[in-house]
Design a protein around this ligand. Structure first.
Ligand code: NDP
Length: 487
């Protein structure tokens, strides 16, 4: 099974290879087969990409917003036309089930291109009346932006970062995770075909050192990273040496609050999707499920019956619900957390170990796992696992649960299941999170800003708010009377 691209990198509107960079491989997580062999970008290639991005940005920013809008819209159409091809590639690179990638990955990337295409055509500043004149503001692009992606949603992350960046007239150099390097190259092809000037979107392959080089490059004005809290902190530190703008989309340990008056089946659906979708590899997952004591037994009973029906299998089979974890490293990490949960005294309600899938014995499959009797201080209740591991805790009353939900360094998301409208809004205001879902979980329409508070991040993707993170406002003061001076 091969998915070898024509070359490792895409810059200045074309594929580029530089075999002097260290070699690395992309593998299919379901079998361990090598999909592609690539090379890390060398310092010389980084400089070529920066020079290309500078030329591309000048050309791109010089055209009207309406023209930029047309190019982005065309790219969205191409993404949709190629959804099947892109979904298969994403399934091979990540191991995620094709029934997910067909609806969630390139599709949500196309939504972002279309949405920011519309906004590109309507970027306007303000007019401010003053006693002896007026001022107006101009929203200007930042210049060259770097995008650094995680491995869980490779093409979606590339699109979510590049669409608002390009809408504002910037160029982007994108570094995918070296674990899932392939689909960002396809996005670059699509942009070129849609009419984006050469150099306005470039893809460089590499690992942490490439991310660090982009984050410290003096010609790059902004860096947006999706990754772990530790990486986010490093990027912020490196970016500070050249005073760059930063957007950090980082990890979480988000709470789902299930009250006794909730529609319990809906709450179970939310908890299942919010823990097991993408084999649990989603930053906003609601991995701490707090259930009001009186409905705890009923909730766990429904949950385990539903979890037992989850089908692990061939990721390319449309009947499969869950594929393997993305890598051996992630597999080892998740299994270690499953062991720690048991050692620290949590009760294993279902799952808890590796899973064997016939025909895919070398794949990194694990069982969807539910721990009950979890105490807030346990490791599995505090640390981000990034695998299909749910912790269920019980609570008595609103005050208790909101204090426990907020007792974490993270603040990415939260879910509230209740039929009490006042309580839903009261708690939505009190929970420390960038996104709160009421009677739903993990839905991220492009119109809605998404991002974290506390250590889960800075800045927002999606929504109109994203534009402010890819542009800078210039104030122009115009005097309409004579200038006066006291001396
Ligand atoms: P990592 O933090 O390991 O890596 C993220 C990206 O940063 C990768 O491309 C990585 O390169 C790169 N990188 C690593 N070190 C540096 C550095 N010093 N400077 C610049 N870039 C660097 O995250 P994962 O890829 O393991 O993804 C999982 C994490 O991402 C989880 O914590 C998850 O919560 C978070 N995430 C957050 C989301 C959000 O929107 N808030 C969404 C999705 C995931 P490489 O790996 O190639 O070496």
């Amino acid at each position: 099974m091969r998915a070898q691209p024509p070359a490792s990198h895409y810059l200045d509107g074309a594929y580029v290879e530089d075999e002097t960079g260290d070699a690395f491989e992309s593998v299919y997580p379901a079998t361990g087969e090598v999909l592609a062999s690539l090379h890390v970008a060398t310092p010389a290639l980084i400089e070529r990409a920066v020079a290309a991005a500078k030329r591309g940005q000048e050309q791109w920013a010089a055209i009207s917003g309406a023209e930029r809008s047309r190019v982005l819209r065309r790219a969205a159409e191409l993404m949709r036309e190629r959804n099947e091809e892109l979904s298969q590639l994403e399934t091979l690179d990540t191991g995620k089930a094709i029934q997910e990638t067909r609806v969630a990955d390139a599709a949500s990337g196309a939504d972002a291109l279309e949405y920011f295409a519309a906004l590109a055509a309507d970027r306007r500043g303000a007019h401010i009346d003053l006693p002896n004149g007026f001022a107006y503001t101009r929203w200007e692009p930042l210049g060259i932006c770097a995008g650094i992606g995680a491995w869980n949603y490779p093409i979606q992350i590339a699109a979510w970062k590049s669409a608002p960046a390009l809408a504002c007239g910037n160029a982007m150099i994108f570094k995918p995770s070296d674990v899932t390097p392939l689909s960002a190259l396809k996005l670059a092809e699509i942009y070129t075909e849609a009419g984006l000037p050469a150099g306005a979107f470039n893809v460089l392959q590499g690992k942490g050192p490439l991310g660090a080089a982009l984050s410290s490059h003096p010609a790059i004005a902004k860096v947006s990273v999706t990754g772990s809290v530790g990486t986010g902190a490093k990027v912020m530190g490196t970016a500070s040496t050249t005073t760059k703008h930063v957007t950090l989309e980082l990890g979480g340990k988000s709470p789902i609050l299930v009250f006794a008056d909730a529609d319990l089946d809906a709450a179970v659906s939310g908890a299942i999707l919010g823990n097991f979708y993408s084999t649990g590899q989603i930053c906003s997952n609601g991995t701490r499920v707090f259930v009001e004591r009186s409905v705890r037994a009923a909730f766990i009973d429904k949950l385990c019956r539903r979890a037992a029906a989850i089908r692990l299998g061939n990721p390319l089979d449309s009947e499969t619900h869950l594929g393997p974890l993305v890598s051996k490293a992630q597999y080892d990490k998740v299994l270690a957390y499953m062991r720690v949960g048991q050692e620290e005294g949590a009760t294993l309600a279902c799952g808890g170990g590796p899973a064997t899938v016939t025909g895919f014995e070398d794949g990194w499959f694990v069982e969807p796992t539910v721990f009950t009797d979890v105490v807030d201080t346990m490791t599995i209740a505090r640390e981000e696992i990034f695998g299909p591991v749910m912790c269920v805790m019980e609570f008595d009353g609103e005050e208790e649960v909101i204090a426990r939900a907020n007792a974490t360094e993270f603040g990415l998301a939260a879910g509230i299941y209740t039929r009490d409208l006042s309580r839903a809004h009261r708690l939505a205001a009190r929970v420390e999170a960038g996104t709160v879902w009421v009677n739903a979980y993990n839905l991220t329409p492009v119109e809605m800003p998404f991002g974290g508070v506390k250590r889960s991040g800075i800045g927002r993707e999606n929504g109109r708010e994203a534009l402010e993170h890819y542009s800078q406002v210039k104030s122009v003061y115009v005097a309409t009377g004579p200038e006066d001076a006291p001396y």
